[in-house]
Design a protein around this ligand. Structure first.
Ligand code: NDP
Length: 355
């Protein structure tokens, strides 16, 4: 990694984020109202899908014309990783300094406020930074993954089946996020959390550079899996997708209209507030289970020779239960005895009869 390489990576990274930011300001997209949070109720322009599609078109055209290959990302991975970390630090520092109100005193309180953030939902030029940051994060992850496929093609003259399956499934997951981008407005990340270094680093560094670990691993592995193994991977991914998208979709529809129908019957809710129909009557966090299964599915093409490509799966297997416990603490405070009644009626979190 040379100084020149770092400089080029910095220019490319800033151009990528800036292009998406300008795109977020001007690209067409539905305006949707979010839930009321500490900053009140806000409307958001949801154009992530347009930006994802546009990025795909631009990259596809550049590749077809021989002008640019995403394999460059893999060659400059280390420099981009350094740049993304510096970027996350700088953005967090600016957010910290520009947040309204007086900063906390004392080193410990300052460090905590820097990590957790001081502003809830800061906006620049009318663009919510929280909603925006998922765009470079996930479009970045998609580009890195496509970069691994392109790099494999350059090295071996082929995109092998394990890589193709991994990249296709991860791109489908990203496309689904943007199709369902309005669901983001109802997550407690957006409503409750403040926007500090923890979330910023997660968006700009952790997601694109860590979640793409299976792509690294598959770069030089060009063995062909059996059709049965490939079908098993796709089936597991589809099961995860059904749980993840199904559970999130049911809750979302219920929040918008408590009289919505779920699995063909009117939604049932405790105290008219906590859904106990559909997936939410089977376990309390099947959306987390579904997402975890999707990560497992697209990592399986890596085989079992090394635990390294499974690190994102191991991380999520620890992260989701921890997040579920945090969320439940919050729900118990918000719903009181109603939450306890829900837990009594639906006793399992992520795996019925197990956990
Ligand atoms: P949820 O979508 O599960 O939302 C939790 C909130 O939903 C609760 O705080 C409560 O909020 C409401 N709720 C919970 N149970 C019920 C019920 N039975 N009926 C009605 N409302 C209920 O969690 P997250 O916001 O954590 O996650 C959203 C998605 O993002 C998930 O699919 C998750 O997999 C994904 N995610 C992925 C991450 C990754 O790194 N890959 C990281 C984090 C999340 P209230 O009632 O106040 O609205």
């Amino acid at each position: 990694m040379t100084l020149l390489g770092l400089g080029a990576a910095a220019v490319a990274w800033c151009a990528f984020v800036a292009a998406l930011f300008v795109g977020s300001m001007v690209a067409p997209g539905a305006r949707r109202e979010g839930r009321s949070g500490p900053d009140g109720r806000r409307a958001y322009r949801l154009n992530g899908l347009a930006l994802f599609a546009l990025t795909g078109l631009v990259v596809g055209a550049a590749m077809a014309l021989g002008l640019w290959s995403p394999a460059v990302i893999v060659r400059h991975f280390a420099a981009l990783l350094v740049v993304a970390n510096v970027f996350a630090l700088v953005v967090s520092a600016v957010l910290y300094a520009r947040a309204p109100g007086a900063p906390p005193g004392g080193l410990g309180a300052t460090a905590r406020a820097f990590f957790s953030g001081r502003a809830h939902d800061p906006a620049w030029a009318g663009v919510s930074l929280k909603v925006f940051s998922y765009r470079p994060s996930l479009i970045g992850l998609g580009l890195v993954n496509v970069g691994f496929a392109a790099a494999q093609y350059e090295r071996h003259g082929v995109v092998a089946a394990p890589m193709a399956v991994y990249v296709a499934l991860s791109l489908a997951y990203i496309a689904n996020y943007f199709l369902f981008e309005h669901g983001m407005l109802f997550t407690w990340d957006l409503i409750e959390e403040r926007f500090g270094w923890g979330l910023v680093w997660g968006d700009y560094v952790f997601v694109p550079f860590f979640y793409s670990l299976p792509g690294w691993y598959l770069l030089d592995r060009i063995a062909t899996p059996s059709p049965a193994a490939a079908a098993g991977v796709v089936a597991l991914w589809a099961l995860g997708f059904w749980l993840f998208r199904g559970a999130n979709g049911q809750k979302h529809r219920f929040k918008l209209d408590p009289r919505t129908r779920i699995w063909g019957r009117p939604a049932e809710a405790l105290g008219d507030r906590l859904l106990v129909s559909g997936f939410w009557g089977v376990a309390r966090k099947l959306n987390y289970t579904g997402e975890l299964l999707m990560y497992v599915a697209w990592t399986l093409p890596c085989g079992f020779a090394s635990p390294v490509p499974y690190l994102p799966v191991f991380w999520l297997a620890l992260f989701f239960p921890h997040r579920a416990r945090r969320d439940e603490r919050r729900c118990r405070e918000k719903y009181g005895p109603l939450w306890d009644a829900y837990c009594a009626r639906v006793p399992f979190r992520m795996i019925p009869f197990v956990y």
